[in-house]
Design a binder for this molecule. Structure first.
Ligand code: NAP
Length: 293
């Protein structure tokens, strides 16, 4: 890692709360180093009441851009000047570019989700899918599914039913899709919904470090060998939810590829340079196994 910075070093920030365990600073700073770019990426733990000040800080301190992580991806939108098409439909932003004082919001999570699911496109297009969660990343999931995989039915399971209903209303209007079904998160009732789905996606924080023993369901009848089960969580790299699905024969996919793909897209938006993804993946896997508890 570099040990000196200069007056014209470009600064990129990350805001979220909490952000202590994010891998993004590692990924971005290593990519800057590999590509010989005079940039530095720093995390800032910003509670919700300080989002507006943080956005003003981008302009005051002339940051080149920002990543935004949970729980700010939806709330930050009202402070931005412009949104990309996908960020506007999704209603969540994870990347901001400071274009000479104009703050433009993007959603590169959608790209990460697409890159992760593309290898399974033939298996999942036109089938029943279930998304668990109704937050910012669930919105990016729904957008990607509707745009690229044309599911027959999308079931949405969420702890707060009202939030799932709001999501459905938004997407029915914006993307003209009317095959949504919503359910409350109540595992015994959800087992049939899950087992009838070709693709299951966990877009909640359940099972994320440090609460690794939490899981959306411990009912093994939810899973079968025809399914693809994708958990957006990347820490741990394989959640209990995925472990259980794998034992039942499902093909399981963790959140690491999405993490690196969304990071690569953000990197490109800030620098105009392609991120060397293979090298980053190897280095990140090495870093994770070195730091595993
Ligand atoms: P978010 O907007 O805060 O949404 C959180 C979701 O989790 C909501 O649906 C929430 O339900 C649910 N939830 C939280 N605690 C719960 C609990 N105890 N029981 C049941 N449900 C609970 O967060 P987000 O930005 O969408 O992120 C969600 C997950 O995706 C996180 O684990 C994050 O690390 C992961 N992610 C991964 C990547 C990647 O690159 N791999 C990118 C983005 C996000 P309610 O509506 O009821 O509150």
């Amino acid at each position: 890692m570099r040990d000196s910075f200069f007056a014209n070093t470009e600064l990129i920030g990350l805001i979220g709360h909490p952000i202590k365990h994010s891998y993004s600073p590692f990924i971005q700073n290593y990519a800057f180093e590999l590509m010989n770019l005079d940039y530095v990426y720093l995390p800032f733990d910003v509670p919700t009441e300080n989002i507006k000040s943080a956005v003003n800080g981008i302009l005051a301190l002339e940051l080149k851009g920002l990543n935004v992580t949970l729980p700010h991806k939806e709330k930050i939108i009202k402070f931005l000047d412009e949104l990309s098409e996908e960020a506007s439909i999704i209603g969540a932003v994870n990347t901001i570019v400071n274009d000479h004082g104009k703050l433009i919001g993007y959603n590169t999570d959608a790209h990460g989700i697409l890159e992760t699911l593309l290898p399974y496109k033939d298996k999942i297009s036109g089938t029943k899918v279930t998304v668990i969660g109704a937050g910012g990343s669930a919105r990016a999931v729904i957008y990607t599914l509707l745009r690229h995989f044309k599911p027959e039915v999308i079931n949405i399971i969420n702890r707060t039913h009202q939030r799932a209903d709001t999501l459905v209303n938004d997407f029915s209007l914006k993307m003209r899709y009317d095959s949504f079904h919503t359910f409350e998160l109540f595992p015994p009732d959800n087992a049939e919904t899950l087992s009838n789905s070709r693709l299951i996606i966990n877009a909640t924080t359940m099972g994320m470090f440090p609460d690794v023993d939490d899981t959306i369901t411990d009912l093994e009848e939810s899973f079968n060998e025809e399914q693809i089960v994708f958990d957006l969580i990347y820490n741990p790299t394989k959640t209990n939810f995925l472990e259980m699905a794998e034992i039942q024969g499902a093909k399981v996919v963790g959140g690491l590829k999405m993490l690196i793909s969304q990071a690569a897209k953000s990197f490109e938006l800030w620098t105009g340079v392609e991120m060397p993804m293979d090298k980053i993946t190897l280095k990140l896997e090495e870093y994770i196994s070195r730091n595993a508890d």
